[in-house]
Design a protein around this ligand. Structure first.
Ligand code: NAI
Length: 254
């Protein structure tokens, strides 16, 4: 597959988990990928896996919640790769707890990474994406894909900060699509359901069982299930799709 040959992607939180799977999928379709995570050396494994697929890859240390770091990161990526066509805002954290006992710190930490981080990278790539030109001189734009969550749509007890951040990501996705559509920049979100990962491995068995009971396809999702949807949104096959929230959740929520 070479749907994304010649494209440059940035994926945040790509040292492991869903982000690493997204980076590998984009690379397997031919994209060169900037791998971003809190520390550049955490990205080494993903970078090696991508290089083995024959594309260019490089790791960058960046805290997505810090404006200056995000701007500097996008500048470095453009210096190293020449442009950015695809932006995947995947970095995310949880700090769960009941609303009545949730600290200001836990609220701010989750909102800053999940929502502000998505805003900061979107703002930083918007102008460079506007400058992208197709072979015929027309505006090539770009594709921004935000990783939301099923709980950002339905809410979830014990996750006031996380659900609010993901609900915010969904609204931000729709606004970005409206603001940047005329420049041929598309913005969509993928809302994963329950995906097997380090984030969900730590949940108690009874919670996992209660999720399974809600999933018509009777299996938890994989990081690859999410990566495939992201790769589709990134490429030309989705060229008339923007402002959409694609649920990849085994039917857990319609
Ligand atoms: P994970 O915890 O395995 O990976 C997250 C990555 O983001 C890590 O490499 C981490 O170092 C990085 N990261 C965290 N804070 C950062 C920051 N401030 N700056 C830069 N990088 C940072 O998580 P997972 O499961 O791969 O989740 C990826 C995304 O998918 C998240 O946005 C999460 O909310 C979302 N998601 C995950 C679901 C699941 O079931 N695992 C379900 C729905 C959504």
């Amino acid at each position: 597959m070479s749907n994304l040959k010649g494209k440059v992607a940035i994926v945040t939180g790509a040292a492991r988990g869903i982000g690493a799977a997204i980076a590998k999928r984009l690379a397997s379709e031919g994209a060169d990928v900037a791998i971003c995570d809190l520390k550049a050396e955490w990205c080494d494994e993903t970078v090696k896996a991508l290089e083995a697929l024959g594309v260019k890859a490089k790791g960058y240390g960046v805290n997505v919640a810090v404006s200056e770091e995000v701007d500097a990161c996008v500048k470095s990526v453009i210096a190293d790769f020449g442009k950015v066509d695809i932006m995947v805002n995947n970095a995310g954290i949880t700090k769960d707890g009941l609303l009545m006992r949730m600290s200001d710190e836990d609220w701010d930490a989750v909102l800053n990474v999940n929502l502000k981080g998505t805003f900061l990278f979107t703002r930083a790539v918007a102008r460079p994406m506007m400058k992208n030109k197709a072979a015929d001189g027309s505006q090539a734009g770009g594709s921004i894909i935000n990783i939301a969550s099923v709980v950002g749509i339905m809410g979830n007890a014990g996750q006031a900060n996380y659900t609010a951040s993901k609900g915010g990501v969904i609204a931000l996705t729709k606004t970005t699509a409206k603001e940047l559509g005329s420049r041929n920049i598309r913005c969509n979100a993928v809302a994963p359901g329950f995906i097997q990962s380090k984030m969900t491995d730590v949940l108690p068995d009874d919670v996992k069982k209660s999720y399974m009971d809600m999933i018509p396809l009777k299996r938890f999702g994989t990081a690859d299930d999410i990566a495939k949807a992201v790769a589709w949104l990134a490429g030309e096959d989705a060229s008339y799709v923007t402002g959409q929230i694609i649920s990849v959740n085994g039917g857990m929520l319609g």
